[in-house]
Design a protein around this ligand. Structure first.
Ligand code: KG4
Ligand code: ZN
Length: 341
């Protein structure tokens, strides 16, 4: 079974061919990050235009590198939600046209389900059910992965996502976009105890999280230092922030595992590349004897291999779409139903 995956939800135009669900034949990513850096974040209109320019060559390169023709494909999987609507529409319309012209099934993939599936590419022995911590630029969620296409949300952030918190704090500390990886690098030279930061709790909802108070605390400390003429120790602030975010996420995951009884835990999304978080989660899992699965760094961020992989499991479960498929800026991750559309 050969599936083409297409991803265009944010600032990466990506295409990939995956064989038999987990075997990677090609993965091409055309990143626009350096272009958006000038503006300190993703400019949606610019992202849509670049996707339009890049998508054909990106898909062609993915097919060529996999040594596959469109005729050989069993289906075309595409990210249809969540993300920037204009950006998503480019991938969705391209995939619809390709699938229709070639007479191939079209498979609509939820971006977060794709992030979770990145783990199957790296660890084909991982099988549902398990518990997954999803941490990306726009989402922070604890998900019960009951089956490849059946998800239950256990907890989520009430305000900012962890990635958003990293990115905004990086910006006030003077690091360029995308800030998360800059915080990670800077943190290696900082003292994580130097700036005590709050660890917010959401009253009455033990598995929910909040990151906006933490972000505000960092911003206030930086502004206060600027007003009083003190120098801020940016690497130590980065280290303090990273340690606090990692502690919050690890403690919530530990609690979710205790409540649900899962001993298999996975991590997914761009922030799962964070070295402090990876270390903290590994230590927690080692302490309890849990098995921890994390994507390799190359599959943590946005890519189309994860979309092709998740699309393959959906194809096997009969979850396809017809030409009326639309893109949605947001949509809950839940159980997927077989059938067209
Ligand atoms: O999953 P992703 O690539 O895109 C979304 O679906 O949002 O996640 C992007 C997020 C950004 O906030 C980025 O700063 C963050 O992941 N990120 C990191 C690291 N690498 C990427 N955050 C912390 N440490 C990293 N090493
Ligand atoms: Zn993503």
């Amino acid at each position: 079974m050969l599936l083409l995956g297409i991803e265009s939800s944010c600032d990466e135009t990506a295409a990939s061919v995956v064989e038999n669900c987990t075997s990677l034949r090609s993965s091409v990513i055309a990143s626009q990050a350096m272009e958006h850096r000038k503006y300190g974040g993703v400019v949606p209109e610019l992202a849509s235009r670049r996707h339009c320019e890049n998508i054909l060559a990106t898909v062609q390169q993915a097919l060529d590198e996999a040594d596959v023709t469109v005729e050989m494909l069993d289906g075309v999987a595409v990210t249809y939600t969540p993300g920037l609507i204009g950006a998503l529409l480019v991938g969705v319309n391209f995939a619809k046209g390709l699938a229709y012209a070639a007479g191939k099934p079209l498979i609509p993939v939820h971006h977060i389900a794709g992030h979770i599936a990145a783990n199957y590419l790296a660890h084909p022995e991982l099988r549902p059910p398990y518990l997954c911590l999803v941490v990306s630029g726009g989402h922070t969620m604890l998900v019960e992965v009951q089956d490849y296409t059946v998800f239950r949300l256990l907890g989520t952030t009430r305000d900012d996502a962890a990635g958003e918190c990293f990115d905004k704090c990086a910006r006030v500390l003077g690091y360029p976009y995308p800030g998360g990886v800059q915080i990670d690098r800077a943190a290696q030279h900082g003292d994580p105890e130097k700036y005590p930061l709050p660890q917010p709790h959401v009253a009455g909802s033990a598995l929910d999280m909040s990151f906006s108070g933490l972000k505000t605390a960092v911003i206030n400390t930086v502004h206060h230092a600027a007003q009083t003429g003190e120098a801020i120790d940016a690497p130590s602030m980065a280290a303090s922030l990273q340690t606090t975010v990692a502690r919050i996420l690890t403690e919530k995951t530990e609690l979710a595992a205790a409540q649900t009884g899962y001993k298999t835990i996975a991590m997914a999304g761009g922030v799962s590349a964070n070295s402090g978080l990876r270390r903290a989660m590994q230590a927690m899992c080692d302490r309890h004897g849990y098995s921890l699965y994390m994507p390799p760094l190359s599959l943590c961020g946005d890519n189309a291999a994860m979309i092709a992989c998740q699309g393959s499991y959906q194809f096997l479960a009969g979850i396809t779409a017809d030409e009326s498929l639309n893109a949605y800026a947001s949509k809950q991750l839940a159980a997927m139903l077989p059938g067209k559309g």
